[in-house]
Write a protein that binds this ligand. Structure first.
Ligand code: SF4
Length: 226
């Protein structure tokens, strides 16, 4: 079975640095982390553009807006009524916690998890990419890849178990945590999809490599849907 540190190095060799998160400010990271719940990133981009165009992408501005104005701007991201409420609550938390220098990762995580609509994945994304503190983000792509690589028997492993598995095996380094998560997402979108493209997959160490489903190339756009 490929070691986790080797997996990281391999993915980095294959895809190069991803330089995540795609956002101009830490607050934009938080907004993106909320809006990306249950939707594709291309829809989030449209919603963020709307917020930017209207000058809404500031925490103090966002919390002062009528709910309807936020709902209208973020409509492309889906579940917009729910997400508008979540954005307001998350923005209030951001105002209270930023820049978070006085808080440890676990203190910050605890505070974010108190916010309605922020679960472990969203909290860890915000901590890692907005507050820039090392905590590993686990998502469906990570679970899928790790199950196929044989780290776990299935994809239905509790969040904290997978998180501990990673954090106990790779150095607690902000840059590595940021890159590794982004590289896993990239690999899952290009090759390790729901229907895996194993035939052309460059991860030769994978025990599933003898699959012969599908075909693809490394030239596909990075934001291709999974
Ligand atoms: S060989 Fe198949 S299952 Fe393994 S990582 Fe590649 S795409 Fe995923």
């Amino acid at each position: 079975m490929i070691e986790l540190t080797t997996l990281y190095k391999k993915l980095l060799d294959i895809y190069g640095p991803q330089n995540w998160w795609p956002a101009d400010t830490p607050f934009e990271v938080l907004v993106g982390a909320i809006l990306t719940q249950n939707t594709a990133w291309r829809n989030v981009e449209k919603a963020i553009q709307n917020l930017k165009k209207q000058g809404f992408l500031e925490p103090a501005t966002l919390v002062s807006l009528p709910l309807k104005a936020i709902e209208e701007a973020i409509k492309p991201s889906g579940f917009y009524k729910l997400k508008a409420k979540r954005l307001i609550e998350a923005s209030k938390a951001f105002i209270k916690l930023w820049p978070g220098n006085h808080l440890t990762v676990s203190e910050l995580r605890k505070e974010l998890l108190k916010v309605h609509g922020i679960g472990p994945e969203t909290a860890d994304s915000i901590i890692l990419y907005a507050f820039e503190k090392p905590t590993f983000v686990i998502d469906a792509y990570t679970r899928r890849l790790f199950a196929r690589l044989g780290y776990f028997e299935s994809e239905n492993i509790p969040y904290d178990v997978v998180k501990r598995f990673v954090e106990s095996r790779i150095p607690k380094d902000l840059k590595i945590y940021k890159e590794f998560h982004a590289l896993i997402v990239e690999h899952a979108k290009r090759f390790c999809r729901k229907s895996p493209m194993c035939y052309d997959c460059p991860l030769l160490e994978c025990p599933k490599k003898d699959f012969t489903t599908g075909n693809t190339t490394l030239d596909q756009p990075s934001k291709a849907s999974s």
